[in-house]
Design a protein around this ligand. Structure first.
Ligand SMILES: Cc1ncc(COP(=O)(O)O)c(C=O)c1O
Length: 383
């Protein structure tokens, strides 16, 4: 037997823009890895201890399929306290990461041919998830001249009778934009007018620069918005794999039915960890977010001093999306050469969509001294 037995969709290896650069990086010593979106902190000790204590007490079984009731309630409480949004436990599904949350939700809503509008540059799994659910991704290209803002007017132009949903991400990976309340309201109005769902990926909601504010779009269209979020970024908990979906209870019920055949429940000890984390949100998140703000401020200040590189103001997230068009190189070539010449690994903008060409994503997921070392190395480069 050979690979021809695979589904036609998987017969050819998937194209992975980063794979070659990463393969090369893996063979090199002393690479400064600014590619991964994984905060470099270990999960706060109190979270680890709380999870292990519960595990030792016997929390080693399945939980309810939708998640631990206490955790679902803690998620509701968090949105109530932080954003004055009222949700009932029946509107929350705990999942194995935010990515899984979006996957089961898309699977639950899409029929073949249904369209989902996705502003690019974006977290690339959105596109594949829509396709896996037999939907059609409809791309809205962001514009470098306005910092790749998510623009309701541009999205409106792509709405057809087949459109079911829009996927947005704010604070944004990779652009670092945070939608203003006015921008969010304009998109919410469109969703209400055209009866569309908005999947709002808010995984970076705590990562907002000091002079900016994150306003959840659900404030303006509570019945149309499905929140996708999780513990990975705010709590440096990528490995625990806990995310969640918050939305209309009929969608949560359907998404849970999908998930019955996928993972059934999220890991119990990870749910306990998430529960402790959310109950102590502010004190645990502040030092992590504070460190990232310092790093992003440093990068914003120093990177523009390099004459072949430009950076728009970072509003949030843990990334800088740097403009490298002045080098005359494409983003994949640039990333390859930056690795070979300076031992620095970044993600080509093309990995986030065609409109990301000419840009690279620099993740601030290294300590300040490593970022300083990277910047000093970049300052010496010419193209
Ligand atoms: C925008 C965005 N959404 C979701 C995820 C994945 O989150 P999780 O680890 O909870 O699956 C990432 C990870 O980088 C991301 O950047």
């Amino acid at each position: 037997m050979d690979s021809s037995i695979l589904s036609k969709a998987y017969q050819k290896p998937a194209s992975n823009i980063l794979a070659d650069v990463c393969a090369l990086a893996a063979k090199m010593d002393d690479v400064i890895d600014l590619s991964v979106g994984d905060p470099n902190f270990t999960t706060p000790q109190p979270i680890i201890e709380a999870a292990f204590a519960k595990t030792k007490q016997g929390m080693t079984h399945y939980t309810a399929a939708e998640g631990l009731p206490e955790l679902r309630q803690a998620i509701c409480n968090f949105y109530q306290e932080k954003y004055q949004l009222n949700y009932d436990q029946s509107q929350v599904l705990v999942t194995v990461g935010a990515e899984h949350a979006l996957f089961v939700a898309l699977e639950a809503i899409l029929d073949p041919g249904d369209e989902v509008i996705i502003p690019e540059p974006c977290f690339s799994p959105y596109i594949d998830q829509v396709k896996i659910a037999n939907g059609t991704p409809v791309i809205v290209d962001g514009k470098p001249e306005d910092g790749f803002k998510i623009d309701a007017a541009e999205i409106a132009k792509k709405v057809t009778p087949k459109t079911k949903a829009i996927i947005i991400n704010t604070p944004n990976n990779p652009s670092g934009n945070v939608m203003t309340a006015e921008e969010a309201k304009a998109l919410a109005d469109l969703a209400i007018k055209d009866d569309l769902l908005i999947f709002s990926d808010e995984i970076y909601s705590d990562y907002v620069m000091a002079d900016k504010k994150f306003t959840p779009i659900a404030k303006f269209a509570p019945d149309n918005v499905v929140i996708v979020s999780g513990m990975s970024k705010s709590f440096a908990m990528t490995g625990w794999r806990i995310g969640y979906l918050i939305g209309p209870d009929w969608l949560i019920t359907a998404a849970n039915t999908v998930n019955d055949s996928v993972t059934f429940t999220a890991p119990t000890m990870s749910q306990e960890a998430a529960l402790y984390g959310l109950q102590h949100h502010d004190e645990l998140v502040a030092p992590i977010v504070g460190a990232f703000q310092k790093r992003l401020n440093y990068l914003q200040q120093e990177l523009p001093k390099i004459d072949w590189l430009d950076v728009s103001p970072v509003e949030g997230s843990i990334y800088v999306f740097a403009d490298i068009r002045a080098t005359g190189l494409g983003s994949v070539d640039f990333a390859d050469q930056l690795l070979k010449k300076a031992g620095i690994l970044v993600v080509p903008g093309l990995a986030f969509g065609k409109c990301g060409e000419g840009f690279v994503r620099i993740a601030a997921t290294q300590p300040l001294d490593k970022l300083q070392e990277a910047v000093e190395k970049m300052k010496k480069l010419t193209w």
